[in-house]
Design a protein around this ligand. Structure first.
Ligand SMILES: C[S@@+](CC[C@H](N)C(=O)[O-])C[C@H]1O[C@@H](n2cnc3c(N)ncnc32)[C@H](O)[C@@H]1O
Length: 280
């Protein structure tokens, strides 16, 4: 009897041990699975949250753009420019002239490039004025001074007097309807940019050069190697159809002489805005 009891206890103990081990294994397995499932669930939720956040952000961005579009739809370019505090508005009084030439582009898809964006004031004005969804806006500056939110403008870091940089960084976006030079306002820089970029203007496109008089009014601040002013060079283009410039290349001069249609001077407060229209 005692032997039987002893054997029975041993057997029972063994069974208990086995059961315990199995229970532990089972529990560990369940824990591992739960952990895995929890991790998967958490990742999924995170992914969904991220997607939702992105969707929400995109929606807010679209809403903001729509609000801006609606807010400025009926405003003149001058009113929009004053709102965004570009010096093209109150200081130079350029904007009524710009509007005269750009009104026809307002509701269509336009491709516009501006040299010189500084704090982004004029870029924000163009974004508000040209509200078409397919409008493409580009702005070039040699200093990346703008930290502002420009949702629809591509900012390009380039020097307007460096041919290679203009060709490598700007020309690839070419096919512009409008180009505006509001950069450094020095004769050489204005002429190099004009020489390089006129080729990338669409037929019927408009090339604006601001402050073509500045070098004459402030010869020390705006000193130039070129013996003539941008104003003189463009006046000869207007009157005789020729360009005489030391800092433009032969093929640039030939291209402009062959493809320009008209050259218009618009006197404004303190300076002169020149518009060169390309042939159709
Ligand atoms: C008059 S501000 C532009 C103002 C801006 N368009 C507006 O209306 O708010 C001139 C800008 O030209 C830039 N600039 C000066 N030299 C340049 C160069 N060589 N190439 C490109 N940008 C230049 C300056 O950094 C400056 O931001």
């Amino acid at each position: 009897m005692p032997t039987f009891n002893k054997n029975g206890r041993k057997k029972r103990d063994k069974e208990r041990r086995m059961n315990k081990e199995e229970r532990i294994k089972k529990r560990d397995k369940e824990r591992r699975m739960n952990k895995e499932e929890r991790r998967k669930k958490r990742d999924k939720e995170r992914r969904m949250n991220k997607e939702e956040r992105i969707k929400k952000r995109d929606k807010e961005k679209i809403n903001k753009e729509e609000r801006i579009k609606n807010k400025f739809r009926t405003k003149t370019l001058h009113q929009i420019g004053s709102h965004y505090k570009t010096d093209k508005a109150e200081r130079h009084r350029y904007l009524d002239i710009y509007e005269k030439y750009l009104k026809s582009f307002r509701d269509g898809p336009v491709k516009l490039l501006e040299i010189g964006y500084k704090e982004g004031n004029s870029a924000r004005m163009w974004e508000a004025y040209f509200s078409h969804n397919e409008t493409k806006l580009y702005a070039v500056d040699n200093k990346q001074s703008c930290r502002c939110n420009l949702s629809r403008t591509k900012l390009i870091n380039a020097d307007q007097s460096n041919r290679q940089q203009l060709i490598n960084k700007v020309a690839r976006f070419g096919g512009f309807d409008v180009i505006i030079d509001d950069g450094v306002h020095k004769v050489e820089q204005q002429l190099i940019s004009f020489g390089v970029l006129f080729k990338y203007l669409n037929p019927n496109g408009l090339y604006f050069i601001e402050d073509v008089f500045l070098a004459q009014r402030f010869p020390t601040q705006y000193s130039y190697k070129e013996p003539y002013l941008t104003y003189d060079i463009l006046k000869w283009l207007k009157e005789y159809g020729i360009i005489y410039s030391d800092c433009m290349l032969f093929d640039e001069i030939k291209y402009i002489e062959d493809f320009y249609d008209k050259c218009i001077f618009e006197p404004c407060r303190k300076s002169n805005l020149c518009i060169i229209k390309k042939k159709f």
